[in-house]
Write a protein that binds this ligand. Sequence first.
Ligand SMILES: Nc1ncnc2c1ncn2[C@@H]1O[C@H](COP(=O)(O)OP(=O)(O)OP(=O)(O)O)[C@@H](O)[C@H]1O
Ligand SMILES: [Mg+2]
Length: 594
Amino acid sequence: MTPRGTGDNGITPELTQSPRRLRAVEPAEAKTAPRAPEPPPHNLPSELSSFVGREKELAEVKRLLENNRLLTLTGSGGCGKTRLALVVASEMVDGFDEGVWMVDLAPLADPALVPRAVASTLGVREQPDRTLTEILSEYLGSRKVLLVFDNCEHLIEACAKLAEALLRSCPELRILATSREALGITGEVTWFVPSLSLPDLRHLPAFESLPQYESARLFLERTAAVKPTFEVTEQNAGVVAQICYRLDGIPLALELAAARTKVLSVEQIADRLDDTFKLLAAGGRTAVPRQRTLHATMDWSHELLPEEERTLFRRLSVFAGGFTLEAVESVCAGEDLTRDEVLELLSHLVDKSLVMVREESGEARYRLLETVRQYGWEKLSESGEEEQVRERHAGHYLTLAEEAEPELKGEGQVAWLKRFEREHDNLRAAMRWLLDRGESEKAVRLGWALWLFWWIRGHFAEGRRSMERALTTGGSAAMPPSARAKALFVAGTMACGQGDNGGDVVAGPMPAEVLDRLVALGESLCLVRGNADREVVAAYDDRPHADPIDVADPAERLSKRKSESSLILWGRRGTQTATTTSVTEVIEVTGYQL
Ligand SMILES: Nc1ncnc2c1ncn2[C@@H]1O[C@H](COP(=O)(O)OP(=O)(O)OP(=O)(O)O)[C@@H](O)[C@H]1O
Ligand SMILES: [Mg+2]
């Protein structure tokens, strides 16, 4: 069966193939042959900061990936796994005709979303009666593709399972993973990402040659960006070398330290780091050395922050996968932090390398590196503000989604779909929190605002699961009929998208008042098109039906296709999915314009 809603009614879910691959050929262009073949597609981000050293490592990793189908770059937080993987991937694009696709797994909290994230990246959508892994296996088939699974550590099992299944059925596929631990599957080759090379403190070279060591070069390049007047001299070269040494050549630690040269001299930085590390040694922490060093550097960097910056920093860790200034103002302002202060404090955190910024679609978008976010999250949990901040986060994305809803059905649809895609991780985090807290009614409001996005982008399982949870978790009993009806509508619509037109969304009889609401929903949707509906209904009836409805009685089948009346009929049968499916049909039949 094909999912419903693939007709010409404006609510068509997206194509199996990502639109970015489709390119119109102009007639003039077609005549002027021959053209150089287009380079393979990819979605690798272009980095703004310089990449330092790693020549030997790059060659080695590329060689390993040429000879093995699953290579995992391992190592502790901030040691440069992601950065190295991105450079390797970008240098290997030409070898993969069907492209190189990076899947950022860091923002995902739910292992079930791993195949979904890969499918979204590839533009592959769910299909009825098949698992996403099967669909992905078929899609990738014998395509020559490199997938980069970035930051797998918190979803190891799900990543391992998917990688194993895909590699088994797709002979030309290769996977480059980054993870703090190995995936642990047959055929996997792991490669430990070393620290950047360090100067030997006992045999320091002439100060001009200090940059031959990668750690010093990274420190000096990042320092030059914040303090262009800084120069290595005979006097300070030893101190720079000491800092690199202290920081074990860990790129993230070096970046955090270098960001401070704007206000502290290198001597001051070295002294303060010394104090932090002594304290650390006295505390006898047990983590492995690089982890310990990085944690201490984070402590150091954090302790140097003025109080308001600390407050903002820990609150930022609530975001998943990036955020805008507007979101920070609404989520992080509050007790002891005003909206007006946020921009300035945020730019200080950017200056200190704790927050990354890049421009996306004409807007600055911020994010925290994963290690930094986890550190911030520790601080947020300790502060006792976690609940409040998560509530504000959920509230912000609920408002955003609800405000966008009319736009999503109007001229702003394309722009809003993109915006929702960018905010998808935050929207998911908000939904998860609402459901975990038993805030079913708010979860339904969010689902109601998002259903069209889920539908068009094919996030059926995600939409259905959230609404089914909303209908069954703690707060659901107190939910008013209108909210229940909406949840059923969305869950049923998503079930329908999955090709599941039969089973109940939620077992049990449907109360009359919920049914009434469902009918009302259907009717209000019908009203959108007014009198034109009748014609559309008639045209629909004459159209061959791609998805035969599984109902024995032909009269009922006909009736099911007949918009509003079918809704009532199916409602009386008490089958909730069928009822909600029927509502979906009303939308289809009436050609409800988006
Ligand atoms: N060779 C390099 N040259 C320049 N910058 C680097 C290099 N390696 C890493 N960095 C920078 O160091 C920081 C940490 O690197 P990265 O995010 O790759 O670490 P990671 O090992 O993936 O960390 P995590 O375990 O948290 O995912 C980033 O800002 C990155 O750009
Ligand atoms: Mg990483």
